[in-house]
Design a binder for this molecule. Sequence first.
Ligand code: NAD
Ligand code: MG
Length: 393
Amino acid sequence: MSAKRLGLTVLGATGSVGASTLDVAARHPGRFEVVALTAHRAAEPLLALCRKHRPRYAVLAGCAPDSALERRFAEAQCELLFGAQALERAAADPACGAVMAAIVGAAGLAPTLAAAAAGKRVLLANKEALVLAGALFMRAARDAGAELLPIDSEHNAVFQCLGRAPLEAVKRVVLTASGGPFRATPLENLAAVTPEQACAHPNWVMGRKISVDSATMMNKGLEVIEARWLFELEAERIEVLIHPQSIVHSLVEYVDGSVIAQMSNPDMRVPIAHALGFPARIDSGARALDLGSVGQLSFERPDLRRFPCLGLARAALREGGTAPALLNAANEVAVEAFLAGRLRFTAIAHVIESVLDAVPSSDAPDLATVFAADARARRVAAERVAREMGEAA
Ligand code: NAD
Ligand code: MG
């Protein structure tokens, strides 16, 4: 190991992936140095993290300057910056070599792109960045010589299974999905499920937005789009299988008929440690996998009547251009409304479908076009949520 420590910035440090990242980094104090930590508005949790991990500075992206807070962070020897612009500074800071992109949603795009454009090692958890602007993002990363390492467990698994194999050797990849908490719920009961039930994922502990996405399987739809860009694979070569035990994180099938899978207990520290240490292997803190006690691994094809969001995501990917950005924005609005008790679970897919029907997609040559599509889809989605509420009342 080199004497110089790798400077690490964690965007979205107060979230679920942020916590797992800092847990892994803290196991290797001789290897990693935390440069910056960011959060949206959670000042107290961010301050607690700063006391523990001693970054040079911290960012509250969703807060206006506040001198009392600045003083409290200064007491912890940490400079505090405010506003979304400061995220981009943290992402591109020369002191950091690696950036964990763990902000949730479209808000992660600009700072994640800044990290890529600065040529960092980008640990990509924020799948929405690739869903919104896959072509632009991949080009920026390539031009700057950034090293993209997938954190999403499925994509990290594919990355591991691919090794150095050329793309022509790959027949297809299979992304696994747990099927979420409602895999076996009678279809007629889905309309009445609550946010608490939707967020009670059987295998993973995650932020609330991705938990709902897992319950609708929009998460897997977003991941198909993410895989398309990360691995330069056509959609037809990306399959989805439900695997309720969440032990096999994905598989790669080669032209010779070999299928390589990556397995571990469901713990995000495994892909995070893989990407932080790459190409070395470092301790993640995860429990060792004991297949003898797991006993059985099972697989089934997803039912698109139960999971219409998966079909909507595939349709948006086929359409291309700004369509995935429209899909993502409509999904963010619908999930937020569901979590706030303003939309039925089954209406999430209705809202997204009606936004895709109402807002035409276009080419996505630049970020301004992508953000305009995102904003328009959010406006239309908010109207559709209001209409669904009216109909439900
Ligand atoms: P989370 O909700 O637990 O945390 C989100 C983080 O982003 C928080 O630190 C929050 O302060 C910050 N944030 C939220 N809105 C922001 C904004 N507008 N501007 C700046 N910062 C903002 O989310 P999570 O579950 O950790 O997921 C983070 C990302 O990783 C998502 O894109 C998700 O899809 C992806 N991911 C998560 C998991 C998981 O196990 N949690 C697995 C795979 C991929
Ligand atoms: Mg995943």
